[in-house]
Design a protein around this ligand. Structure first.
Ligand SMILES: [Mn+2]
Length: 316
């Protein structure tokens, strides 16, 4: 079995990096790898590079050691790229792709074509964090490393709910929980917890949501004035479209978020067989069958009309 030691070979200096706009799996897999190597391979000099780390991940040990800028002089023996499907998505450390002596990519994206010298890509894994777990010696994973890796798995699997959750995912999670991690608290704190302002703006959107096309489509809108009133921005509205989608009997959920230039960022979610990626593509956007997005100009009413026209075609 290939393990992390085989992948690193005789490397002495190692740089770890993830993708732009780091999410829970990116931070979790990179920090998990970093903590594991720090503790079990004191012979190595390991650095970690991420574009940013959201405050909610502050409970992960040594997260303050993350570097936000690459060192232009530094040449690493090994560049470990995690959770990153293509070279143009490597964040601040992208230059090491050219300068490092050995490049290793550990990922789970089906679109990853294997751009590194050594690639460990498991398209069926829930997360890069799950793939990382498979490369480590479970005996040597301590509680702090387990907290980081568990965070990654929880985030990319939607708290073990999405279809990428497999029996192997659960076996991996069992091993991590065995390390004595606060598993419920991690989910609450990093996944479900919302600020008071976030809950209030969600409440406003849900209160004013409207059903269209005989109740098949629900539309929720954040207006420009809501942003100042509630003191929120785009990231504070995460989760609203998912809540809209959970409305009984709804086949598609639409969420409109105002952009600065008078446009709306449109988020679409589907239930059942509905394909919202077709609707998004019709307006130059894209995404997945069940989750897609696009940008549209006009008032909220005009944008809604355009979207409903396309949605009506899809819903038949
Ligand atoms: Mn991922």
């Amino acid at each position: 079995m290939t393990g992390i030691n085989e992948l690193l070979g005789s490397a002495y200096s190692v740089a770890i990096a993830g993708h732009i706009g780091p999410d829970g799996d990116c931070v979790g897999s990179c920090m998990g790898m970093y903590l594991y190597l720090k503790k079990n391979r004191p012979d190595l000099q390991v650095d970690i590079y991420l574009e940013s780390v959201r405050d909610v991940f502050g409970y992960i040990a040594c997260v303050d050691e993350v570097k936000y800028e690459a060192d232009s002089e530094k040449i690493y023996d090994c560049f470990l790229i995690l959770d990153t499907s293509s070279p143009d998505r490597i964040g601040v450390a992208g230059k090491y792709l050219d300068t490092a002596k050995n490049v290793v990519c550990i990922d789970h994206h089906i679109t990853n074509e294997g751009f590194a010298e050594k690639n460990v890509i498991e398209a069926n894994a829930s997360s890069a964090s799950e793939v990382v777990c498979g490369l480590l010696d479970p005996e040597k994973i301590d509680k702090e490393t387990a907290i980081a890796l568990y965070t990654g798995i929880i985030h990319d699997s939607g708290v073990l709910q999405y279809s990428n959750t497999s029996p192997d995912t659960l076996r991996t999670v069992a091993m991590l929980i065995d390390k004595g991690i606060p598993f419920s608290e991690i989910i609450d704190r990093s996944f479900y917890e919302r600020t008071f302002a976030q809950n209030r703006v969600m409440g406003k959107v849900l209160e004013n949501a409207r059903l269209h096309l005989d109740g098949q489509v629900i539309v929720g809108v954040v207006y420009p004035e809501d942003l100042t009133y509630y003191g929120v921005d785009k990231k504070d509205t995460d989760g609203i479209v998912s809540q809209l989608r959970l409305t009984k009997d709804v086949k598609a959920a639409v969420f409109l978020y105002p952009l600065e230039d008078g446009a709306f960022k449109v988020s679409l979610r589907a239930n059942g067989n509905t394909d919202v990626s077709k609707v998004a593509s019709a307006f130059g956007g894209g995404g997945h069958i069940k989750a897609a997005g696009c940008t549209l100009y006009g008032s909220a009413g005009e944008v809604t009309e355009k979207l409903l026209e396309e949605l009506a075609k899809e819903l038949g």
